[in-house]
Design a protein around this ligand. Structure first.
Ligand code: PLP
Length: 329
């Protein structure tokens, strides 16, 4: 599949590395070989999955003449950090509509928002962020500005191309390394990452089943969300393919029932990966996804595969905002 017809900023080095995790495998004692796709190394704004999406989405915003970016997410949002960094590289201001209260201390991603000079709007948990963004964009237009309103997670069909591409890279890297992936794990929230990966895998690497570990929603809600964006992305690419929610694998037993709240298994997974492979994951997304993958490996549920892949989607600044989780052994 050729994505070269879509404008992009080329703001990070590709392909990101594919690395084996033999020490994690030994610690778990599982049969399949384990690998990690290092999408935490995408550089812009400390890297992560959103960089892949924003490489396309911000190129479009620039082409449309935007001079200010507006986006939304939770207070400790990686998406907001990466959007802000892209905006600054593009010479734009950036408004962040943050769905929570202003924290007493600026830490983690909020600290980076401050350093990069974001205009922060803490709107609490009750107000509708999309309505707030629409109002803010209207005000900016009245002032003669040209705002680009970027939806949460940059989870649009254009943004999902970032994860189509990540899977295309994996297909090539796996071929070169002589390894065959049967399963791949990633955190699933606003759904663009999983939807892009579903499209990439179904079009170019059908033997690799994508497992989304939900971070905020029950499985049926997340399956529907992912399927919808997967189908929109197929259509956007002109591919005559489709999925139903039942085709989408989502695990909802690893996020602890509430977005952003750490789980003991997630914290244990973060420490295990750090102490075996020297990689840093986070309590909100990657640690939870990893805890799901480890649980299923331990139960032997992934033993039909020669190798299993973990997409490291970034997010490490959150450990500084949740430092209390790591004060004891
Ligand atoms: C580190 C990290 N991983 C995964 C995700 C989930 O990606 P998506 O929102 O595309 O489902 C996010 C979303 O913010 C994230 O910050």
């Amino acid at each position: 599949m050729d994505l070269s017809r879509y404008a992009r900023l080329n703001a990070f080095p590709r392909p990101t590395p594919l690395e084996e995790m033999p020490r994690l495998r030994a610690a778990i004692g599982c049969r399949p070989r384990l690998f990690v796709k290092r999408d935490d190394t995408t550089i812009v704004g400390l890297g992560g999955n959103k960089t892949r999406k924003l490489d396309f989405v911000m190129a479009e915003a620039l082409a449309q003449g935007a001079d200010v970016a507006v986006t939304t997410a939770g207070v400790q949002s990686n998406h907001c950090r990466q959007t802000l960094a892209f905006a600054r590289r593009c010479g734009m201001e950036c408004h962040l509509v943050l769905t929570g209260d202003e924290p007493a201390e600026r830490q983690g991603n909020v600290l980076i928002f401050t350093i990069l000079g974001a205009k922060m709007h803490f709107i609490g948990e009750e107000r509708d962020p999309d309505a707030y963004m629409a109002e803010l964009a209207a005000q900016l237009r009245q002032q003669g500005r040209r705002p680009a309103v970027i939806p949460i997670g940059a989870s649009t069909p254009l943004g999902a191309l970032g994860y189509v591409e990540s899977v295309l890279e994996v297909a090539e890297q796996a071929g070169a390394a002589g390894v065959a992936f049967g399963h791949a794990f990633l955190p699933s929230g606003s759904a663009g990452t999983q939807a892009g990966a579903e499209v990439g895998a179904r079009a170019a690497y059908p033997n690799m089943r994508i497992h989304g570990v939900s971070v905020s929603r029950d499985a049926s809600g997340q399956q529907a969300k992912v399927a919808e964006l997967t189908n929109e992305t197929f259509a956007f690419l002109g591919l005559d393919m489709a999925v139903t929610p039942a085709d989408i694998i989502v695990h909802d037993e690893y996020y602890g029932g509430r977005y952003g709240v750490p789980t003991p298994a997630g914290i244990a997974a973060i420490k295990l990966l750090g102490r075996t492979e020297g990689l840093i994951t986070d309590p909100v997304y990657t640690g939870k996804a990893l805890s799901g993958m480890i649980d299923l490996l331990k139960k032997g549920r992934l033993d039909d595969a020669e190798a299993v892949l973990f997409f490291h989607t970034g997010g490490f600044p959150a450990v500084f905002a949740q430092a209390d989780q790591f004060q004891r052994e």
